[in-house]
Design a protein around this ligand. Structure first.
Ligand SMILES: NC(=O)c1ccc[n+]([C@@H]2O[C@H](COP(=O)([O-])OP(=O)(O)OC[C@H]3O[C@@H](n4cnc5c(N)ncnc54)[C@H](OP(=O)(O)O)[C@@H]3O)[C@@H](O)[C@H]2O)c1
Length: 256
């Protein structure tokens, strides 16, 4: 099985790379950090997988496209996991998200995902074979005042993945949108508030791998948080915002 994973140098992507590292697997592992990527590549090779590391920034549209097409030419991609992402949390002094951070989140989490997925759509359609997984978040279901740009980015790629699913299934290409809750990682460590139902990256990778093997269109977990976020989205804004405030995901108080 030929698998490409972006953001494979840490957290969920790293755990997925380890989970898929088996004899017979060929892994294309993408991230920016060469040292971390070398380490994970070495681990995966020890497990019997072939590894093609790609030291790439997913916002570099041309370089990423070329790498993906070259990889696909050599090893037809069976599974593409668009996982790389960053976050941005509102400053706790009541200030605004910085424009720099906002742009970085939108560029990485939205364009980075489009840059990853788009080049392989036509090759997969032509072969009538392949699977695409888009790692969104349960934060896509309802905007959290504590992290506006991140929620917006995750909602955008959730909608993109759902639309691709409906379009590409007739061409034999399966698309899954993955919406995790809190997973222990460098990214979630930046979140200053309670992380309900926190899972390890290894457990998250196991759930994602199982959902992808079943070709599920939506992989939402853990279920109590998934149900909570979906219910929250159905409530009137004032009620939903009250609940988010109580849970600690509301806006910080202004310090004057
Ligand atoms: N952890 C959670 O609670 C949680 C919950 C829901 C959804 N998610 C989503 O899961 C995905 C993985 O997050 P994580 O928690 O595993 O975070 P993480 O440990 O911080 O890992 C993020 C990965 O993305 C890579 N990355 C970031 N920017 C990149 C860029 N411009 N180009 C290439 N690679 C880039 C990083 O590698 P380099 O720095 O080496 O480039 C790293 O491998 C993200 O999309 C995140 O939004 C996470």
């Amino acid at each position: 099985m030929n698998i490409v994973i972006t953001g494979a140098s840490s957290g969920i992507g790293l755990a997925l790379a380890k989970a898929y590292a088996k004899p017979g697997a060929c892994l294309g592992l993408i991230a920016r950090n060469p040292a971390k990527l070398t380490e994970i590549a070495q681990f995966c090779r020890q497990q019997g997988a072939a590894v093609v590391p790609g030291i790439l920034d997913v916002t570099d549209v041309q370089a990423l496209k070329q790498w993906l097409l070259d990889f696909d030419h050599q090893h037809h991609v069976d599974l593409l996991i668009a996982n790389a992402g960053v976050t941005c949390i509102m400053p706790q002094d009541g200030g605004n998200e910085s424009w720099h951070n906002t742009q970085q989140v939108l560029n990485t989490n939205i364009y980075g995902v489009f840059n990853t997925v788009y080049p392989l759509i036509e090759p997969m359609r032509q072969r009538q074979q392949g699977q695409i997984a888009i790692i969104s978040s349960l934060a896509a279901y309802r905007g959290l005042p504590i992290t506006p740009a991140y929620c917006a980015s995750k909602a955008a790629i959730k909608a993109y993945g759902e639309a691709l699913h409906g379009w590409l299934k007739r061409d034999g290409v399966q698309v899954s949108v993955v919406c995790p809750g809190f997973v222990k990682s460098d990214l979630s460590d930046q979140f200053p508030k309670p992380k309900w139902f926190l899972l390890s990256a290894e457990k998250a990778a196991q759930i994602i791998q199982r959902g992808l093997a079943r070709r599920q269109a939506a992989i939402d977990f853990p279920w109590p948080l998934a149900v909570g976020m979906k219910l929250l989205a159905m409530l009137p804004s004032a009620v939903a915002e009250g609940i988010l405030q109580v849970m600690g995901y509301g806006t910080a108080k202004r310090h004057r």
